[in-house]
Write a protein that binds this ligand. Structure first.
Ligand code: DC
Length: 222
């Protein structure tokens, strides 16, 4: 029986960085489900389809294949019709596209089996918005990771600046607030803590402290 750990929370709470480090420590596979929604967003953009145009997006889904794979460093890559789009999906524009397309119930249904199948064959730490509530309701450990919008925006800003992107802190903060609102107010699978999750606020913690805290919760509950 494989073990699943669900980590949910808003954008920029540090889910991916922390989950990746915890997965390494526990020798689990790390799965970033946001990459899947981002890939659908990228595909819509490439096809000049509006991010809220559900009808055209559903038509588009009929002709595309989204897959998760792992490179030789065991890092996740995401394939759109066989093309590795892993780095193309990491822009602020695609973040907003992803948030919009993720509110379409059929998009969520389209990605559900893919996510569940990953958990059937591996010990995984999966991060997203609805992993503990919808995708893996039986996950052994559920963590809801959060931090204040300002702290999350600052972290995202630093990350993008380090990648050489030209961004403004105020724009990132406003994106964070908009995405929080969208992600937690949509009708299907809104962002919210599962009843049996442990809520961890990382506002006052640095990366190392956050990782240690999560690993101790995981070990305690496994
Ligand atoms: O985690 P992220 O920032 O890469 O996610 C991008 C968007 O995808 C986010 O705004 C909401 C959506 N998402 C979702 O609805 N459900 C998930 N399990 C993961 C992401």
């Amino acid at each position: 029986m494989n073990i699943a750990i669900a980590i949910d929370g808003p954008a920029g709470a540090g889910k991916s960085t922390i989950a990746k480090m915890a997965a390494k420590e526990l020798s689990f596979i790390y799965v970033d489900t946001g990459a899947l929604y981002r890939t659908i967003g990228l595909c819509a953009k490439r096809n000049n389809i509006g991010s809220k145009d559900a009808e055209k997006i559903l038509e588009m889904l009929k002709g595309i294949k989204v897959e998760l794979a792992f490179n030789d460093k065991n890092e996740q890559i995401v394939l759109l019709n066989g093309e590795d789009v892993s780095s193309l999906i990491r822009t602020p524009e695609i973040s907003m596209y992803a948030s919009d397309v993720s509110a379409i119930p059929e998009v969520r249904a389209f990605l559900l089996d893919l996510q569940r199948n990953m958990a059937k064959t591996n010990n995984i730490i999966m991060d997203g918005r609805d992993i503990g509530t919808v995708v893996l309701p039986d996950a052994k450990v559920k963590i809801f990771l959060t931090a204040s919008p300002e702290v999350r925006a600052k972290r995202r800003y630093d990350e993008l600046i380090e990648k050489g992107m030209e961004v403004k802190y105020e724009d990132i903060l406003s994106d964070v607030i908009t995405r929080d609102y969208n992600d937690s107010h949509r009708e299907t699978a809104p962002l919210k803590p599962a009843d049996d999750s442990v809520i961890v606020d990382t506002s006052g913690l640095d990366l190392q402290q956050s990782v240690e805290k999560l690993i101790s919760i995981m070990k305690e509950r496994m």
